[in-house]
Write a protein that binds this ligand. Structure first.
Ligand SMILES: [Fe+2]
Ligand SMILES: [Fe+2]
Length: 508
């Protein structure tokens, strides 16, 4: 548990002076409240407790609720703090490109999954064809390659979906299939360039492989991922910064509301360096990439790690501690994660309004689906919580939960190279068998932003800025078991006006 902030320590001392103790639950709640509302809340609780017979020893959650102070504090947005920086007037310029508020009728049958994977295959095959990387040679089917046999030593490209990957020391055996038939393919390490791409061959991927048929198997001469062309962009006339943050987990006992307060102060102009001043003065957009709240019933034993047990109240706490305190001239985009109040499958529609009302009620907050795409100042931003990364960890050579700082940049690049947000289908990443596969990256973005693993990372792929945001929650029992060392209190600032989309990792 983190050290108590001063205002909270003072409130506890006040209660103790009068002979009361605060329950852990109440302390956790007070942490989520604006600091200047805490003193009044505790005073009111003391008054109420003193009227009770017998006189209670503890100031409990019931008293806090009865005091009404908590709710009053939340409903009254805080006055913006005095700012040390000045933001000039700026009209937000954005459009929502993809926001999945519905995904059509979904059936959970085996047929539905077959259709879903067919949609993935068809879309990615089209992307491979239009990227013109293999335009010189016509595409062949596996069947045609077998029929031609070894007459063609040059080989022909086929678009296949990988079913199985068996790695050996200097070659890999793949089972692949297209619409009609399957084949066993031997891939020698040296046929794949760049070298890291060899590690990127994974089950469920759609690839173009140049194949030569033998009697029983095929030899790969070349492998092409769907990939994307280099992204180039013009500078913007006006400086504009965007801030990427995520994984607040409001409602958890481990949520670092003390650091959130520092973040809010910073956004409101309490900056230290001239460099930060430039960011805050030009900060126009904030992107929150999921797990705003901890939710309820997300994992076994979560109950013990919760400070707030009602998801609506968790969203209230998120609004009170964070969203209400973001100045109105900054537009905030919020997508859900696996802890938010929506279904647990990908793609996720926006959080259900009945359960997350407080975040919908804020004028400068735009609530979207996971994934979603927004175009901001002409830059296309792909927002994704990142659940698909779980199925990649352990399967991509060199990746592990204990090595996230090392492997996460590689995984983000791989997502873009495969043009798919969940390139490996796995138990860890429940997918909804929608008629159309919405996780295919149809249009290359300028920025890909993910959260979920609670580790911060910044990298680039073909000119696309890739971001993982870190978290605002201390390591949970689940994360400790997996050996994840979270980056707590991190935010990534990106200069949208810069053609290179320079990113800075900020620590609070
Ligand atoms: Fe999270
Ligand atoms: Fe998550």
């Amino acid at each position: 548990m983190s050290a108590l902030p001063k205002h909270l320590a003072e409130a506890i001392a006040l209660a103790e002076e009068r002979g009361f103790k605060l329950t852990a639950e109440v302390v956790a709640h007070l942490r989520t409240m604006p600091p200047d509302a805490v003193h009044a809340a505790v005073q009111r609780m003391i008054q109420l407790a003193e009227q009770q017979t017998p006189r209670p020893l503890f100031l409990s959650k019931d008293l806090l609720e009865a005091s009404g102070a908590e709710l009053a504090a939340r409903k009254e947005p805080q006055q913006p703090r005095p700012i040390a920086v000045r933001r000039e007037e700026h009209k937000p310029r954005y459009s929502i490109v993809v926001n999945l508020t519905t995904v059509g009728r979904v059936e959970g049958t085996g047929d539905a999954f077959v259709r879903y994977f067919q949609s993935r295959y068809t879309q990615l095959a089209q992307i491979i064809a239009t990227e013109h990387r293999i335009a010189a040679t016509p595409l062949a089917s596996i069947r045609r390659l077998y029929e031609q046999g070894h007459r063609d030593e040059e080989g022909l490209y086929a678009v296949v979906m990988v079913r199985e990957v068996k790695r050996r020391s200097d070659y890999t055996v793949l089972t692949v299939e297209d619409r009609e038939s399957a084949a066993t393919v031997i891939v020698r390490k040296e046929v794949v360039t760049p070298s890291q791409a060899y590690d990127w061959i994974l089950p469920d991927q759609v690839l173009a492989i140049k194949l030569v048929a033998r009697e029983q198997y095929m030899i790969a001469k070349d492998i092409r991922f769907p990939g994307l062309p280099p992204r180039l962009r013009e500078p913007l006339k006006q400086k504009v910064y965007a801030l990427f943050i995520g994984d607040f987990h409001f409602g958890s006992k481990l949520a670092r509301t003390d650091l959130v307060r520092r973040l809010v102060d910073w956004i409101n102009g309490r900056v230290v360096t001239p460099e930060e001043r430039e960011i805050v003065e030009n900060l126009r957009y904030i992107f929150i990439v999921g797990d705003l709240v901890d939710g309820v019933g997300i994992y076994k034993g979560q109950d013990k790690e919760l400070a707030i047990h009602d998801v609506r109240k968790q969203y209230e706490a998120a609004a009170a501690a964070l969203l209400w305190n973001i100045p109105q001239d900054i537009t905030v985009f919020v997508i859900p994660g696996n802890h938010d109040a929506t279904w647990p499958y990908l793609p996720q529609v926006p959080p259900f309004r009945e359960l997350s009302e407080p975040i919908y009620d804020i004028k400068n907050v735009v609530v979207l689906s996971n994934p979603s795409v927004v175009e901001v100042e002409g830059r296309r931003i792909l927002l994704y919580h990142g659940q698909g990364l779980d199925a990649m960890i352990g399967r991509v050579p060199g990746s592990a939960y204990t090595q996230l700082h090392k492997c996460l940049p590689n995984l983000l690049q791989l997502i873009l190279a495969q043009r798919h947000l969940a390139p490996v289908y796995g138990e860890a990443t429940p997918l909804l068998p929608t008629k159309e596969d919405y996780l295919v990256i149809k249009e290359p973005p300028d920025i890909l932003a993910v959260g979920h693993l609670h580790v911060a990372a910044v990298t680039k792929y073909q000119g696309i800025r890739c971001i993982a945001t870190g978290a605002w929650q201390d390591a949970s029992s689940y994360q400790r078991r997996h050996g994840i060392q979270p980056d707590v209190g991190y935010a990534i600032a990106v200069d949208l006006s810069d053609p290179l989309l320079q990113a800075r990792v900020l620590r609070f």
